[in-house]
Design a protein around this ligand. Sequence first.
Ligand code: UDP
Ligand code: MG
Length: 326
Amino acid sequence: MENREVYSIIVPLYNEEVVIEESYRRIKAVMESTKEGYEIIFVNDGSRDKTRYIAENLCLEDKTIKLINFSRNFGHQAAITAGMNEALGDAVVVIDADLQDPPEVILEMIKKWKQGYDVVYGKRTKREGEKFLKKFTAKVFYRILKNMTSVDIPVDTGDFRLIDRKVCDALNSLPEKNRYVRGLVSWVGYKQTFVEFTRQGRFAGETKYPFKKMIKLALDGITSFSYKPITMIGSFGGFIFFIGIISTLGVLIKNISSKTAVLSLGLIMAVNFIMFGLIFISIGIMGEYIGRISDEAKERPMYIIESKISYENKMNLYNTEKNEVS
Ligand code: UDP
Ligand code: MG
């Protein structure tokens, strides 16, 4: 086995005392089979059970393990981010601790990486052992997000994926805090592909994603990649304004043709439509500004350069080609 870390496996842990040892055993077996260097990075996200104790013991026994302990529960996305900042590998894999993402799939990811892909994400074809509501909300959410954003975030994928060192560096350079990591991975670009797998039921224990955390993740996903919700208010306003104008004209025409100039309920309603329409349009316009402000506040770079070819090194390329020919 090489001494250098070729792979970094990041495992976020929040109250996972019942799964951590089995999870470690399976990941270890898979990584040993590669015959290459690796490190396993446990990120203990403020667990209140024995997770920390067990992880520390594993750390003492096995020098390929690194452990990061958070001072409290900062959340799954923060844990993954900390792992990425710590990772030394040429390829970095993020995997859940509960064995819902089978560690054996890492080998398929590695194969794709060696074929030259920079991001290999795990696509869930089936989800086993999860409640209907969880599967349904996840399905709906991924599709809503897809429709709202201009970044092509693949549906039905979680954070189980392999990324190349350069993608990890690009992600580490992003300063934003309310991270939706799987969206950012799509956003950075590079050569991406996927491997399909069946998402298993949890090996043991309960989900650490109660409804509140799921909503927070969904909102982070939407607000990080779209300001459609706020600009839609403007379109809604435009629609109401249009109805207001039509109905006002209707009432006026009716009044003129019947030669009665009464202040009817219909007219008041119609004018109300116009006013509400204008208010919503104004909010929508503010939304356009707020959307742009939020884009700026994220401080993402405007672009990421994969490689640069200048006149000089083009000449070098040309010369080597010529040398090879002659
Ligand atoms: N997790 C975490 N911090 C949290 C919640 C979850 O580090 O606040 C970890 C958890 O230990 C697991 C992974 O994130 O390794 C995914 O969580 P879980 O399996 O509970 O989510 P689900 O699969 O139910 O969506
Ligand atoms: Mg899980």
